[in-house]
Design a protein around this ligand. Structure first.
Ligand code: IPM
Ligand code: MN
Length: 346
């Protein structure tokens, strides 16, 4: 019989509240014969203050036993900037080789966009997750002096670029429009730019049905606002992907509905699914957080594990809920979770 052995990391702030609703919807959508096992982990600010630990090797060994990881949010103003980001989130992405950072943007009916009109927005960003300027290569000399020089090196390997480009072509091939846009800055970052561009064109030969396009990242930010309908699948490096996916979330309904997957496509390590939003300490514990982004992340999780029908049911439930949202008035985190759970069960 089938089973899902899930690691649950509620984390900090609203992470606790939204993850509870994500799990509620997950339990409701799974058929009887699928056994769901969950184990909660206490990573985040509290554990850091109590022990000084963010994520130990023993933690990684424990997490590795799971089929997937559901994460709420990690981060708190009481912890210096960068400690949990590098010590937890990035450490996990690197340790579990989450080289495909998947961030879909779909403007659903009933959702307001700051863009004029109601443009068609339905694209997915495939952000490289283990290279670029995120590897921690670089340094500083004469620190704190007027002559300080700091470097932050972007690492791009043929292996790393090719596998994420290939993944993106595969995703584009599977979609109706079959279009893939490479976003980079190859007019200035010529070394990495050539590697990305050459790889992109070479892999394109294997996907003749996929239409290809290239945009410099600055131009891409313009089109994400003025013509978001031109995008289907975007592939880009770690830092450009970080930035454009915040913009993508902003134009397609905001971080309340933005889901993401940190994916190890070969399933050598568990993949991790999380809402794009952070821990929002300002509204934590008040039942105000929208759990929709977490619920949509659960759908990505199910799709990754091969539960496509269940993932579709969640997507449909969210779409229906959002359509009727304006008529609902303000609802709490739990009320939205209950409504979505009822829809996927019924
Ligand atoms: C994200 C976040 C992280 C990133 C930070 C918190 C390290 O902004 O998931 O997009 O830059 O990848
Ligand atoms: Mn980000």
């Amino acid at each position: 019989s089938r089973s899902i052995n899930l690691a649950v990391i509620p984390g900090d702030g609203i992470g606790q509240e939204v993850v509870a609703e994500g799990l509620k919807v997950l339990s409701a959508v799974l058929p009887q014969d699928v056994k769901l096992e969950t184990k909660e982990y206490d990573f985040g600010a509290k554990r850091y203050h109590a022990t000084g630990e963010t994520l130990t090797n023993a933690d990684l060994a424990a997490l590795k036993q799971h089929d997937a990881i559901l994460l709420g949010a990690i981060g708190d103003p009481s912890v210096p900037s960068g400690v949990l980001e590098r010590g937890f989130l990035l450490k996990l992405r690197f340790a579990f080789d989450h080289h495909v950072n998947l961030r879909p943007s779909k403007l659903l009916p009933g959702v307001t966009t700051p863009l004029a009109g109601q443009p068609e927005i339905d694209f997915v960003v495939v952000r490289e997750g283990t290279e670029g300027p995120y590897t921690g290569n670089g340094g500083t000399i004469r620190q704190g002096t007027a002559d300080e020089v700091a470097t932050e090196v972007s690492v791009n390997t043929a292996y790393g670029v090719e596998r994420v480009v290939r993944d993106a072509f595969g995703r584009a091939q599977a979609r109706a429009r079959k279009k893939l846009t490479l976003v980079h800055k190859n007019n200035v970052l010529t070394f990495a730019g050539h590697l990305w561009t050459n790889t992109f064109h070479r892999v394109a030969q294997e996907f003749p049905e996929v239409t290809t396009d290239y945009l410099h990242v600055d131009a891409a930010t313009i089109f994400l606002v003025t013509q978001p309908e031109r995008f289907d699948v975007i592939v880009t490096d770690n830092l450009f992907g970080d930035i454009i996916t915040d913009l993508a979330a902003a134009v397609s309904g905001g971080i309340g509905v933005a889901a993401s997957g940190n994916i190890n496509p070969g399933r050598e390590f568990p993949s991790m699914f999380e809402p794009v939003h952070g821990s929002a300490p300002d509204i934590a514990g008040q039942g105000k957080a929208d759990p929709t982004a977490t619920v949509l992340s659960v759908a990505l999780l199910l799709r990754h594990l091969g539960y496509d029908t269940e993932a579709d049911r969640i997507d449909a439930a969210v779409a229906a809920d959002l359509t009727e949202r304006s008529a609902q008035g303000a609802r709490t985190t739990v009320q939205i979770g209950d409504a979505l759970a009822a829809r996927v069960a019924g």
